[in-house]
Design a protein around this ligand. Structure first.
Ligand code: CP3
Length: 350
């Protein structure tokens, strides 16, 4: 590789993450693999539950590649789930059809004491195997994203025992027994760090941290349970595997997005659908690359509304370092042809 090339990696996705402004911008979509694709549903039907799919490298590799074949995304994201971490720590996770995840909740020091990261790497070996396979299978211009849930969001599932609207149990534990909650977060920082470093060693080129429920905390608690654990993970990745960019996704952070960016050290931030574009262009983009933030429901609506919304995102964020994405994951009822339309429009073909 020439000097010039080594300074400017040829994958557009990595160039955007290192601060280059590209036109057209690189793009991928959160949950780009999944139920909206008939070929995903076919593989899924042959699995003994959702986690079986995550833990079967051949199938997980196949469903990761499916959306790349259709749409030519600039990045592939490892097919797995954020809840493999509690599963690997000794808190088994079940995905019940149509009900979402179920776990036996952890709400005190005794419950916490039952968890251990001793078996983590063995339990997650199939996920690492998927990363290795992907790193060989993806096109050479496509980047491979590894990921994990951020500690706060993973902790909400561990404490609630399921998805939640109000997060009463998790907040109650964090507010009334901060030492117990901190021990849980510390364990997650430690285990998630091991998990991400091992993904990198198997070929992940970028890391995204999903903090889907970051937006439910007040300022001081946001600082303790969202910013601080993320900062620690970024610091560890930068120290142990320098050069691997980290994308943060503190969904719903609102005005706390700015301190999140300033204090965590992330290389890029994924903007949820509610973030005003002109505000982000002025206040966030001068500091880090931004990714986002089309409303996933626009992809269901399609037509003129979709075209206009795509153009608005491109016009407002396209002048700085930018990766086109959604503001949250693709919904299962999304028509695949609307994703094709999006791909063509982002790449300037229609
Ligand atoms: O983006 C990708 O294509 C990679 C795979 C991926 C999945 N989940 C696959 C999945 C990623 C990156 C995730 C992240 C994830 N998982 C998050 C953070 C992002 C977000 O959406 O906010 C969260 C909160 C989870 C937890 C989770 N996983 C829930 C609550 C559910 C059930 C709800 C649902 O959508 O069904 C899942 C299941 C899940 N994870 C599916 C997929 C494709 C659907 C499962 C199925 O096929 O039956």
């Amino acid at each position: 590789m020439s000097q010039h090339e080594s300074q400017h990696p040829k994958k557009a996705f990595l160039r955007a993450l290192s601060g280059e402004c590209l036109s057209p911008p690189p793009f991928w979509l959160m949950r780009q693999a999944g139920r909206y694709l008939p070929e995903y549903r076919q593989v899924r039907a042959g699995c003994n539950g959702f986690l079986d799919l995550c833990y079967t490298p051949e199938k997980a590799t196949e469903v990761t590649l499916q959306p790349l074949r259709r749409y030519g995304f600039d990045a592939a994201i490892l097919f797995s789930d954020i809840l493999v971490i509690p599963d690997a720590l000794g808190q088994p996770v079940a995905f019940k059809e149509g009900e979402g995840p179920k776990l036996n909740p952890i709400r005190d020091a005794a419950g916490l004491a039952k968890l251990s990261k001793d078996g983590l790497k063995t339990h997650l070996a199939p996920v690492f195997e998927t990363v290795s396979r992907l790193s060989k299978a993806i096109p050479e211009t496509t980047a491979l994203i590894g990921f994990a849930g951020a500690p706060w969001t993973v902790a909400t599932y561990m404490v609630e025992g399921a998805g939640s609207k109000e997060f009463v149990e998790t907040k109650k534990l964090a507010y009334s027994q901060p030492n117990v909650f901190k021990a849980l977060i510390d364990l997650l920082v430690d285990a998630t760090g091991d998990y991400l470093i091992t993904q990198i060693d198997h070929g992940a080129e970028v890391i995204q941290l999903f903090d889907s429920w970051a937006g439910v905390l007040p300022e001081e608690e946001f600082s303790k349970w969202v910013i601080e654990p993320t900062r620690q993970l970024v610091e560890r990745i930068k120290a142990e595997r320098p050069g691997i960019p980290v994308i943060g996704f503190p969904r719903g952070a609102g005005a706390l997005l700015l301190p999140f960016v300033e204090r965590t050290g992330v290389d890029a931030v994924s903007l949820d659908t509610s973030v005003p574009l002109a505000w982000a262009a002025k206040n966030i983009q001068p500091k880090v690359t931004v990714q986002g933030n089309l409303d996933p429901v626009m992809l269901i609506a399609g037509g003129e509304a979709l075209d206009r919304a795509i153009d608005h995102v491109l016009e407002t964020l396209g002048k700085g370092p930018f990766i086109f994405n959604l503001g949250h994951g693709i919904l299962p009822s999304t028509p695949p042809e609307n994703v094709a339309r999006l791909a063509d429009r982002v790449k300037g073909r229609v």
